[in-house]
Design a protein around this ligand. Structure first.
Ligand code: XMP
Length: 515
């Protein structure tokens, strides 16, 4: 389905291509990331308002580097080449690109020497982020240089009549502080977009697209209760109602009352066709006596596939599609320019490895979005805050937080301790600044006194971290009174625990989870 106002981004494999899309969406402009070799004919038909050629790791002078269809430049659609995209433009139109001996990487000051609609409203000097080896040394006919930097005499080129532009730096990254404005100038001033796009429209369009794709068929979704699969569930339910079948596997390692909450929200409130598989027994019996963390993960992963597949087989009579909550960062980070954008299946939902008799077509309605955009979509669809703002929760559930053997008693102890950690942090005004917070049950007993008796009971570690993406993390400086309440409540209210410790390690070298 075509959006009346959109920008096509052709991907040459840069790590930050997705940021171009994101910056445009922030400016309320719809865009799509397409293969680097998308034929000009296809774009003529789909009529984007503008075309952006992304950056990329290859070298334009190499004969096997990814090239665009040269007919793109004759479509009379405004184009902006970024870094590799600029070199590609220069090369295709008869300019010269020189292979770089040195890589220029980092902040640079760019001086704007001639007026350009790209830099409308800006001072003569702007800070930009450079990351390139090769550079354009002579411009194609009809182009002019409009900005330079110390290391880059042609930092920006333009051909005003043909509305073709090239920039050597990366306007999409935050290190180019006015980059968002530059992209806005391109989209609004040069391409004539009016900024008619918003999350509500994403919902509207995706709903229409899903309806068109799915038709009368049925869709299966593994619902984990996490943000991504919850948003996919709400989106698909809006599109196809009872043609959506959600399967939620309770592996017996969920947080306290989590399964009931999911049933109440998706089954009762939304009225979805929700199949809850209570599979605690098969999971726990296979985990009996196992302490090795890798073995635990494997058992849980394999059992999940078995349980999910069995349910899927039961429902599969009518089902053609499998829906997944794949997000942009899950789509392979560095797109192979040769193979074109390819997707990796989100492995922690574990439905990537379904047995061969279950072959579904994939449907991934969130694959162009970032996490915070998914949250906006979730709110748009009426999902409550506690779902939309949910902290990440590992696929193997509490298994990675029970160090040592997993038994029903130890799960119950951890669930109860974890509940108190969550309740106390959730009432902090700034709880959304805490990336993850939870309890861990250690395989250690320590001595305590209760009344006149000595006790010899379990130790709970409390973990709370701040992080941007989970890749690195710092321990969260919880206020003492919050720590105090957490500790008192756990020791007084949870049977079998007489000591609480706070984990003050950062990642790296520690990890967020304990196993
Ligand atoms: P670590 O412990 O590696 O965790 O610092 C980084 C992020 O990943 C989550 N995590 C997992 N998620 N399956 C998952 O789906 C797992 O096995 C797993 N282990 C860790 C963790 O909660 C954190 O957000």
């Amino acid at each position: 389905m075509n959006h009346p106002e959109w920008i096509a981004i052709l991907d040459y494999g840069s790590q930050v291509t997705q940021l171009i899309a994101r910056r445009l969406r922030e400016q309320h402009v719809y865009c799509e990331i397409l293969r680097y070799d998308t034929p000009a004919e296809e774009l003529r038909e789909r009529a984007p308002k503008g075309i952006i050629l992304s950056g990329g790791p290859c070298s334009v002078p190499d004969s096997d580097s990814p090239k665009c269809d040269p007919a793109l430049f004759d479509l009379a659609i405004p184009m902006l080449g970024i870094c590799y995209g600029m070199q590609l433009t220069a090369h295709a139109l008869g300019g010269e690109v020189q292979r770089g001996e040195k890589h220029e990487y980092g902040k640079a000051t760019m001086r704007i020497t001639k007026p350009s609609p790209l830099y409308e409203g800006m001072q003569d000097e702007v800070q930009v982020w450079m990351s390139h080896g090769d550079k354009v040394v002579s411009l194609p006919e009809g182009f002019e240089t409009v900005a330079e930097s110390d290391n880059c005499p042609h930092a920006t080129m333009q051909h005003l009549e043909r509305a073709l532009f090239g920039v050597q730096f990366h306007p999409e990254v935050v290190h180019t502080p006015q980059g968002a404005q530059m992209l806005k100038n391109f989209a609004y001033g040069i391409c004539g977009c009016s900024g008619d796009w918003e999350m509500a429209k994403f919902v509207e369009h995706t709903v229409a697209k899903v309806k068109e794709t799915v038709g009368e068929d049925h869709v299966l979704l593994g619902l984990s209760g996490g943000v991504d699969s919850s948003v996919v569930a709400a989106l698909l339910h809006k599109a196809i109602g009872h043609q959506l079948h959600c399967v939620y596997v309770d592996n017996g390692l969920m947080r306290y009352k989590e399964t009931e909450e999911i049933e109440a929200l998706f089954g009762d409130a939304f009225g979805m066709d929700l199949h809850v598989v209570h599979a605690g027994d098969p999971f726990l019996s296979k985990l009996e006596g196992v302490s090795d963390p890798e073995k635990k993960r494997k058992i849980i992963g394999n059992t999940f596939i078995d349980v999910f597949s069995e349910k899927a087989r039961e429902l599969s009579g009518d089902v053609t599609y499998l829906a997944q909550g794949t997000l942009y960062p899950d789509v392979i980070e560095s797109v192979s320019p040769i193979g074109g954008p390819s997707a990796t299946i989100k492995s922690h939902h574990n439905v990537g490895g379904l047995p061969e008799d279950l072959h579904f077509k994939l449907i991934e309605p969130l694959r162009e979005l970032f996490k915070d955009e998914v949250r906006l979509v979730g709110r748009e669809l009426g999902l409550p805050d506690y779902v939309v703002d949910r902290q990440p929760f590992p696929g193997p559930g509490l298994a990675v937080r029970i160090i040592g053997e997993i038994t029903p008693e130890r799960i119950e102890t951890l669930q109860q301790a974890d509940l108190r950690v969550r309740e106390e942090i959730l009432i902090m005004e700034n709880h959304l600044d805490v990336w993850q917070y939870f309890a861990v049950l250690l395989p250690v007993q320590s001595v305590g006194v209760m009344g006149d008796d000595r006790t010899y009971e379990n130790v709970i570690a409390v973990r709370a971290v701040e992080s941007r993406d989970g890749m690195t993390a710092d321990w969260f400086k919880l206020p003492y009174d919050v720590m105090d309440r957490i500790s008192n409540r756990i020791i007084n209210e949870v049977r079998g625990v007489n000591r609480v410790c706070y984990d003050i390690s950062s990642k790296p070298p520690s990890t967020i989870e304990w196993e």
